[in-house]
Design a binder for this molecule. Sequence first.
Ligand SMILES: Cc1cc2nc3c(=O)[nH]c(=O)nc-3n(C[C@H](O)[C@H](O)[C@H](O)COP(=O)(O)OP(=O)(O)OC[C@H]3O[C@@H](n4cnc5c(N)ncnc54)[C@H](O)[C@@H]3O)c2cc1C
Length: 524
Amino acid sequence: MSQFDAIFVGAGHNSLACAAHLALKGWKIGIFEGSATIGGAVQTREFTLPGFRHDFGAMNLSLFAGSAFHRKYANELKAQGLEFAPVVDCFASAFPDGRWFGVSNDLEKTAARIAAFSAADAQTWRRLVAAFPAEAEHLFRLLGSPMSARALAGTAWNLWRKKGIAGALDTGRLLLSSPRAWLEENFESPHIRATLATWGMHLDFAPDIAGGAVFPYLESMANQSFGMVLGKGGADTIIKALSGMVTSAGGKIVTDAEVAEITVSAGRATGVRLASGETHSATKAVIAGVAPKALTGRLLPNGSGDTGFDTAMQKFRHAPSTMMIHLALDDLPDWRAGAELRQFAYVHLSPSLDAMSRTYQQAIAGMLPDEPVLVVGQPTAIDPSRAPQGKHVLWVQVRMLPAEILGDAAGKIAPAHWDKVKEVYADRVLDIIETYAPGLRKKILGQAVFSPIDLERQNPNLVGGDQVCGSHHLAQNFLFRPARGYAGWNTPVANLHLTGAATWPGAGTGAASGFMLAQQLGGR
Ligand SMILES: Cc1cc2nc3c(=O)[nH]c(=O)nc-3n(C[C@H](O)[C@H](O)[C@H](O)COP(=O)(O)OP(=O)(O)OC[C@H]3O[C@@H](n4cnc5c(N)ncnc54)[C@H](O)[C@@H]3O)c2cc1C
C-alpha cells in the first residue's frame, strides 16, 4: 500500500492536467488507469498497419491549444515534447449536388467561397467575424470559469458593463438558441447553414435542439479567426507531454490498474482499492475521472450517503453513439466536388439541416440511420508524419447512432448486437463516402472499425459509445453538469471529486475541468 496526497481514478487528459498542476504544487500524486494505455479518448495507435498512426478519438486539439492550462504551462509542455500541427484549411462540407464550401483561416478565401452561394451571407460572415473578439471574450470567460452562481453573476456583470442590457440579452439569446434558429436568422444559403450546423452534431445538438447554436457559432468563428490545431505525430502528443509533467514532478502513473472501489471512512474518501486487491491511500483528495453512473453504481458500493446525488448520477443522460472507422490509404480521397477538399482537416458529409435532424431522431429511436452524418478527418493532409511517405490515414467519425440497435431506417440490416452489425454498417458508410469520392475503396490498404460498444470497451467513460460522456443539452449543462449542486466537481463525500467530460464545462480536449479543479484544490 502506498500513500499519496491525491489519487486519480483514470488517466484521461483532465486527470493528467489536474495531476500535473498539483504535482508542481508539491502534492504526491498517484494515477491509476484501468487500461494498458493512458489518455482515454485521446490516444494515437497503429490500428491498421505498421507506420499508420490513427487518433483513436479526439483529433482536433484546438481546445487544448487555446486552453488556460496551455497558456500557463506552454513551456513545460513544450519541454516534454508537445508539438502542434497548425491547420489553415479547417473544415468543409461536400454536397450531393457536386458543390462544396469550406472555412479556411484566410478570411478573403472563405468570404469568396460564401459569396459564390450568397453575397448577403458573405457580408454576414464578415460582420460576425469582426464582432467575434468582443463576443468571444464573454463566451470564453463563461466556459473557462467554475460554474457557480457567483461566477455566472460575474460574467453577467461584465457582459452588461461592456455590451449594455440589449447586448447582454443578445448573448443570452445565442446561448439558448437552437442551431437552426441561429443559422436561419443569419444565413440564407442552405449549403452554408448545413456546413456550419454539422458542429452541433459533434455533440448532441441536432439542428432543432435549444442551446446548440453556440457550437456552430464558436467553431466557425474560432476556425476562421485562429485556424485549427492537430497534434504533430498524433493527438497523443498532449498525453505524452502531460504525463511527462506529472512523472517529472514525482507523480506515479500506473496502467492496467482498474480501480474497483473508492474507499470511504466517516464520510471522507480515503483512497482506492484496485481490481487486483491492492489498496492505496490518499490524504487530501481522490479525484475520479469517470462516468457518473460508474461512480455511484460501482466505485461507491454503499453509495455517497446522499440518495439525491446517487439518483442523479444513475439518471445522468448519455448522448447518441459514435462509430469510428480508421483507414490506411494509398492516397487521399478524390473528392468529386473539388480537389481543394483534399487539403481540409475535416470534410463533413451531411446534405442539409433536415437530414441531420432525421439522423438524430433515428438514432434516438434506436434505428441505424440510413444516412449518418460523417466527419471525414484527413490528418495526414496536414501532418504527413503519421503515415509512411506518400500514404495517408483517414479518420471517419460516424454520427449519430443508437447504442442498442432496434431497427434500420434503411430497412436492410436486421437488429442485432453491434459486434455482428459493425462491418456491414461500415460498408454503408463507405458506400456514402464513395458517392462523394469515387474510388475510395480501391485506395484502402487497411481498415479498423470501432463500434459504439468497442469504444466503450476501450474506455468505460464512453458509455454506449457516447463520445462526449453525457448529453450537453441545457438541462444537463452549466449549473446542471453533472447534476444540480455538483457543478463544482464536488460530491457529497468529503475529499472526493469528479473531473472529466461529464463535469462542467463538458467534453473536449480543453482540460478545463481538470485544471479548474486543480486550482481550486492547490491554488493558482
Ligand atoms: C471518437 C471521439 C472523437 C472525439 N473527437 C474530439 C476532437 O476532435 N476534439 C476534441 O476536443 N474532443 C474530441 N472528443 C472528446 C474528447 O476526446 C473527450 O471529451 C475527452 O478526451 C475526455 O477526457 P476525460 O478527461 O474526460 O477522460 P477520458 O478520455 O474519458 O479518459 C478517462 C480514463 O479513465 C479510465 N478509467 C475509467 N474508469 C476507470 C477505473 N474504474 N479505473 C481506472 N481507470 C478508469 C479510462 O480507461 C480512461 O483512460 C472525441 C471523443 C471521442 C470518443
